[in-house]
Design a protein around this ligand. Structure first.
Ligand SMILES: Cc1ncc(COP(=O)(O)O)c(C=O)c1O
Length: 414
């Protein structure tokens, strides 16, 4: 048995063996040329040709008619909530496991986020817990397609439709993912995506709402464009939007150009993620105590923001996850993209339950809390290289074979 690098043994990643990482976000000369054209055109702001072309193609790719490009993937959620009619004091159901933006968007429109637990398999919103959390005050549901899985849209939409509650899909992790033959984001009333620096499509910052509803598309456009419909400039006569406080949440033509170029490569990217994820899954499936976040039930293809591993079985259950992460890091690979949740514990969320700023659904979110103690993720960039999958597999096998060494390290772990 090979001694762990953390205990003075040789690293798995050494000599000729190196981890390959694609520089992110991707850059190339062709995009640079197109950016130059936009620069010289001077048309940098809203509703540029570049923006319209990107919105159309991105929406179409995901099975939607309309795309509304915005400043980021938090403003998209905020606008989506307003567009579907959420008002101050209403309740918005979100999963406990997500990035805080999903819940904070509800706060931004004066609503109360209600946290429901996640499934232990997909780590996405549990439809059974969702149903139990609905009250007459529930005015929107935001399932999140998190990391490398998808929320069960079929079950969630069935529950929501029966009660007439709009669903907003948070697809910040799921560019290019398809559920049951159609793109994510096109199933709910609105789909929301983020193009922040780390995402699988990125323009540094940015976001988009997609929808099949023309009225919704107009509302979303007006919400991001200080009240004016598409094609109208500031100051042009138009009746004020009713009941909506609108913003300047516009993004630039430069971002649209970058993203439009990336969209061309999206199918190839998704294919590589899926092939390498399947390869890695096969290689590590027999390691005792380690599970893989289950892909969405009707996902094909499943997209990946990250590939999440759950160390909650056998002897791994008692090893702190950050020690597992550190041990893998010492072997030469960073499996340290942890989970975000539970969101209600996030210090930046800064909630005050006593003031009624949020509600945890009946039965609490024990699955989420438990999963967050045992989950580590591999970011999407290394997932693009088959050689990395062999390295990860070798490291995980080595770590699992050295349980006594891990337990030794755990004694001193703070
Ligand atoms: C699940 C989820 N929703 C929403 C967002 C918000 O996106 P942005 O950072 O573009 O505001 C993020 C960003 O990381 C996210 O992970």
């Amino acid at each position: 048995m090979q001694k762990l690098a953390s205990l003075g043994g040789n690293k798995v990643v050494s000599g000729d063996r190196t981890v390959k990482v694609q520089p992110w976000p991707p850059r190339n000369e062709e995009t640079l040329e197109l950016l130059k054209e936009v620069y010289l055109s001077g048309k940098w702001s809203f509703n540029s040709e570049a923006e319209q072309a990107f919105e159309k193609d991105f929406a179409e790719y995901h099975g939607a008619k309309y795309g509304i490009f915005m400043a980021n993937g938090t403003t998209t959620l905020e606008c989506a909530l307003t567009a579907v009619g959420v008002k101050p004091g209403d309740e918005v159901i979100v999963p406990a496991l997500t990035w805080m933006a999903t819940a904070v968007a509800a706060n931004y429109v004066g609503a109360i986020p209600v946290f429901v637990d996640v499934e232990p398999t997909t780590l996405c919103m549990d439809p059974v817990k969702l149903e139990a959390a609905i009250t007459p005050k529930t005015k929107a549901i935001i399932p999140v397609h998190v990391y490398g899985s998808m929320a069960d849209l079929e079950k969630i939409l069935q529950i929501a439709d029966a009660k007439g509650i709009p669903v907003i899909e948070d697809c910040a992790h799921m560019h290019g993912g398809f559920w049951n033959g159609r793109g994510v984001g096109s199933w709910g009333k609105v789909g929301s995506f983020s193009f922040q620096q780390s995402k699988t499509m990125s323009s540094g910052e940015g976001g988009i709402c997609i929808t099949n509803d023309p009225e919704m598309a107009d509302k979303l456009y007006r919400l991001k464009h200080i009240g004016y419909s598409r094609g109208l400039a500031q100051g042009q006569a138009q009746k004020a939007p009713e009941g909506m406080v609108c913003h300047n949440y516009r993004a630039t033509a430069f971002q649209a150009v970058i993203l439009h170029q990336q969209l061309k490569n999206l199918p190839g990217l998704i294919k590589t993620y899926a092939e390498n994820a399947a390869y890695l899954t096969e290689k590590i499936k027999d390691i005792p105590g380690v599970r893989i976040q289950a892909p969405g039930r009707l996902a094909n293809p499943q997209a990946y923001y990250s590939f999440h591993l759950i160390f909650d079985g056998g002897e791994f259950k008692d090893i702190p996850r950050w020690l597992i992460s550190k041990t893998c890091y010492d072997e030469g690979f960073d499996i340290g993209n942890g989970t975000h949740g539970p969101v209600y514990k996030h210090n930046l969320f800064n909630l005050n339950k006593e003031k009624g700023e949020y509600r945890i659904a009946e039965g609490s979110c024990k699955v989420c809390e438990e999963m967050c103690n045992h989950t580590l993720g591999i970011f999407h960039q290394p997932l693009l290289y088959r050689e990395n999958m062999d390295i990860i597999s070798d490291i995980l096998h080595k770590v699992a074979d050295n349980m006594d060494g891990l337990k030794e390290l755990a004694k001193d772990w703070k």
